[in-house]
Design a protein around this ligand. Structure first.
Ligand code: NAD
Length: 439
C-alpha cells in the first residue's frame, strides 16, 4: 500500500467535503441555507465519574450531538469507543440527518458516544457508565426530542439500561420510545437486531436491478468480503450467504480469515464465540485487515470503522461494488479513485439505513403500544430500502442527464453518494422553507 499518500481523514472534514461537493448540484438554494443545513443544532459534552470494580474512581467524557430536527426529533446511535470525539460524533450526527431524509422517515439526525474501551471494562462498569451518562444527559434525550439507538460496542443491553435510567427519571410516562434497539421483551422491535445488515442486502439487490454495476448482476452467486464481525458485519455475512453469495473473507479488529471456497457463517460465529477472535480458524488463511480490503471479489462490505478506504489503498480495491455498511468508511479521495476505476460505491447513508428504518418502526410500535410481526417489519423495511435506492438512482440519472454548470461547462460526473446527498438535502431544504423557521 502507498503509505506516502496523505489526506485529512478526520470524519468531520469528510462530512463537510461530501456536503460541499453535493451542493454544487443544487443551484436554487437560498442564501444562508447552506450554513443552516451543515451547522449542528446542539452539542452536549458531559463529564461523569464512575466507581470502578477495583474501587478506584474514573472520569469519563460523553457526547450527544443533535445535528438537525427539521424533519423530526433527533435520531442516532450511541457508540462506546476510545476514539470518540466531538468531531466524530458531529460527523456521524450529520450522516444521520441525510440518512433519515433519504429513508424518508420523520426524524432529524443525532449521534452520541462515550470515550471508553469496553474490552477493558466489566459488564457492571459499562452499566454504571451508561446510567451516569444518561443522568448527565438529562432531558437532552427524550421520546420526542432525541432518540438514541445502538452503535459500535453498544447493544440491546445498553439500550435497556438507557431506557431504565430515563424511566426512573421520568416516572409515570410511556418512556419506551426514548431509545430503540431495546430487547424484544421490553418493547424492542422484531427484526431490529438484523435490520442494518438486512437493509444492506435489500439495498444491494435493488441497486443491482438498475444494472449500473459493471460485471455484476446479482447477489446470488457473487463473491463477498466483509470487514467487521459485529452487528452490521456478522449478520451481513449470514444474510448475504443465505441470499446465495459466497462470503470468502471476514475480519474483526484482530485480523481476518480467507477461504476461496467460501466460509460457513455459522462456523465463523461459533469459532469467534469460543476463541474470542477468528484468526486461526481451521481451513482458512490468516490475512490482515489491509489485505482483506484488496481481495479479488464482487462485493466488498466495510462494516467496521470509518476511514478504511483512503487515498493510500483505494487503488488496490478489486471489488466491483463497495457496500458501506459502516458509517464513513470511504474518504473523499478514495471515492474519486474508486469512481475513476468504475467501482461503484453504495453509500452509507443509503446502504446502512435499515437500522434507523426499523428503529423508526420500533418507535411507532412503542408510541402505539403495538407489536408488529417480523414479516410486517421486513416487508416494510424492504419497501423503504427500495424507495431509498430508487430515489438516489432517479436523482443520479437526472444530474447525469443535466450535468452542466450555469456557465455551460461540464460538471464532474456524480457518484451515487452525491445523488443520495442531493436527494436528502433537497428534502430537508424543502421542509425548512415550508416551516419558515427564520423567526
Ligand atoms: P459492533 O460493535 O457490533 O461491531 C464492530 C465490529 O468491527 C467488531 O467485529 C470489531 O471487531 C470490528 N472492528 C473494530 N475495529 C476494527 C478494525 N480496525 N478493523 C476491522 N474490524 C474492526 O458495531 P456495529 O454496530 O456492527 O457497527 C459497525 C459499523 O456499522 C459502524 O460504522 C456503525 O456506525 C455502523 N452502523 C451500525 C448500525 C447498527 O444498527 N448497529 C447502523 C448503521 C451503521
Amino acid at each position: 500500500m502507498d503509505r506516502e499518500v496523505s489526506e485529512n481523514t478526520n470524519l468531520a472534514v469528510v462530512a463537510q467535503e461530501q456536503f460541499k461537493r453535493a451542493i454544487t448540484w443544487i443551484d436554487d438554494i437560498k442564501e444562508g441555507m447552506i450554513d443552516h443545513l451543515i451547522t449542528p443544532k446542539k452539542t452536549t459534552h458531559v463529564r461523569f465519574s464512575v466507581s470502578m470494580d477495583d474501587d478506584s474512581i474514573r472520569t469519563f467524557h460523553g457526547y450527544r450531538v443533535l445535528h438537525s430536527r427539521v424533519r423530526g426529533p433527533g435520531k442516532g446511535g450511541i457508540r462506546y469507543h476510545p476514539d470518540v470525539s466531538t468531531d466524530e460524533v458531529t460527523a456521524l450526527a450529520t450522516f444521520m440527518t441525510w440518512k433519515t431524509a433519504i429513508a424518508d422517515i420523520p426524524f432529524g439526525g443525532a449521534k452520541g458516544g462515550v470515550v471508553c474501551n469496553t474490552k477493558e471494562l466489566s459488564r457492571a462498569e459499562i452499566r454504571r457508565i451508561t446510567r451516569s451518562f444518561v443522568i448527565e444527559l438529562g432531558d437532552t434525550i427524550g421520546p420526542h426530542t432525541d432518540i438514541p439507538a445502538p452503535d459500535m460496542y453498544t447493544d440491546a443491553q445498553t439500550m435497556a439500561w438507557i431506557y431504565d435510567t430515563f424511566d426512573v427519571m421520568h416516572p409515570g410516562q410511556n418512556n419506551g420510545a426514548v431509545v430503540t434497539g431495546k430487547p424484544i421483551e421490553m418493547g424492542g422491535s422484531l427484526g431490529r437486531n438484523e435490520a442494518t445488515a438486512r437493509g444492506c442486502l435489500y439495498a444491494t439487490q435493488q441497486l443491482l436491478k438498475h444494472d449500473i454495476v459493471p460485471g455484476l448482476e446479482s447477489v446470488d452467486g457473487a463473491s463477498v468480503v466483509v470487514q467487521g464481525l459485529g452487528n452490521a458485519g456478522g449478520i451481513a455475512m449470514q444474510l448475504y450467504h443465505e441470499a446465495g453469495a459466497r462470503v470468502i473473507a471476514i475480519s474483526d479488529s484482530s485480523g481476518g480469515v480467507l477461504s476461496e471456497s467460501g466460509l460457513d457463517p455459522d462456523a465463523v460465529l461459533k469459532f469467534k464465540k469460543e476463541n474470542g477472535s477468528i484468526t486461526g480458524m481451521p481451513g482458512t488463511k490468516k490475512i490482515t485487515n489491509e489485505e482483506l480490503l484488496s481481495l479479488d471479489c464482487d462485493i466488498l462490505i466495510p462494516a467496521a470503522m470509518e476511514g478504511q478506504l483512503r487515498a493510500d489503498n483505494a487503488a488496490y480495491v478489486k471489488a466491483k461494488l463497495v457496500v458501506e455498511a459502516a458509517n464513513g468508511p470511504t474518504t473523499p479521495a478514495a471515492d474519486a479513485i474508486l469512481q475513476s476505476r468504475n467501482i461503484v460505491v453504495l453509500p452509507d447513508i443509503v446502504a446502512n439505513g435499515g437500522g434507523v428504518v426499523v428503529s423508526y418502526f420500533e418507535w411507532v410500535q412503542n408510541l402505539e403500544n403495538q407489536r408488529w410481526t417480523l414479516d410486517k417489519v421486513n416487508t416494510r423495511l424492504q419497501s423503504r430500502m427500495n424507495d431509498s435506492v430508487d430515489a438516489m438512482i432517479d436523482c443520479w440519472n437526472e444530474i447525469n442527464a443535466n450535468n452542466h454548470q450555469p456557465n455551460g461547462k461540464k460538471h464532474h460526473a456524480p457518484t451515487l453518494r452525491d445523488a443520495a446527498l442531493v436527494t436528502a438535502i433537497k428534502r430537508i431544504t424543502k421542509v425548512t422553507m415550508q416551516r419558515d423557521i427564520w423567526m
